[in-house]
Design a protein around this ligand. Sequence first.
Ligand code: CA
Length: 419
Amino acid sequence: MPMLDHTHDATATSWVASANGHPDFPIQNLPLCAFSRPGEAARGGVAIGDQILDLAAPGLLPPELALAGQAPLNDFFALGAAPRRALRHLVFDLLRTGSTPRPSLLVPQAEAVLHLPMRVTDFSDFYAGIHHATTTGKMLRPDLPLSVNYKHLPIAYTGRTSSVRPSGTPVHRPNGQRKPAKEAVPSFGRSRNMDFELEMGIWVGQGSALGAGVSIAEAADHIGGYCLLNDWSARDIQGWETVPLGPFLGKSFLTTISVYVVTPEALAPFRVPLTTRPADDPAVLDYLLDARDQSEGALDLVLEAWIQTPSLPAPHLLCRSNSQALYWTPAQLLTQQASNGCDLNAGDLLGSGTLSGPTLDSAGSMLELSQGGRVPLVLPSGETRRFLEDGDTLELRAYGVRDGFAQIGFGPCVGTVTG
Ligand code: CA
């Protein structure tokens, strides 16, 4: 579990001027990324203000950290927490005010192509947002919104890795088979009910061997970092195909993630107790229970979704939620993933599930915001939306705010529906 140290000092500043007061990437964050200038090979970097520190610059990193300069970053993250922490300390010393400025090591983010930071080796999407599960469950099963297993184990399905893409990738409206209740027979065609899901992604760093599992006490050490994740969802395709085996083509046409890996070290100031489980909920089985994880294993991060339509003068806030909507800690999700003995690898991606809050203005999907598609949203332009239309841009944001600490953020997770 990461500890607070001098890299979290709110008064620390950088000789990279744009970093100071930057809402996402001040010197207290230092997220990793894979980037290139157009036409160049991808390499590892660290976001600082509106710049990227080029970790592949000759002689910058000692041999034991050199893998951080190689993109994708799977091999570096596979080394685990200690080299990641050492890199953070090295980069912090290099960039802090008082060090010799080395602007030749910087590439402006505006001139860079940002790639997937790691090759996605596996992708599971959990369903651990308790408010989303409750609200959508009520739409389908008013008498029993949460399935009987929900409070006993973190529920997930295996997603598709081939269509995980970095922020900015255009969002094609998928074809699929759908059968609305009012239509007698199914038809094949473009989805009519395009939706987003506001999620966090958890990157596995250090892996585990086949058959070994990961104990809950050790699980936090296997988390390499975090990103935003938009589980684009074609609700009409999903609704027809899901019973009885679960999500498939209504989900797997595209998943967009933010491109910066925000490390557990950077998020140390925003750790909080897990509070979503009332005392009268079922007891957690021992393999998912660790006292330290329960007391500081949850995260307090603000999450937002913004929409921009061709007619809106500026992006419009659709919802503001919080990562404390998670019913389980990230460590519990990771331990559950490995609990049957499947091996984990650096680059495995775990989606949290939609992190809606308990109220309508904190709902992290159009399905919830339009109350099952029945009550269209009215935007400031006068336009209405049940689901997303072609030309709409959806952006997810996440940031941590706590008295006495610098605000840090995840960078954008954006996609425009192209039709
Ligand atoms: Ca999802």
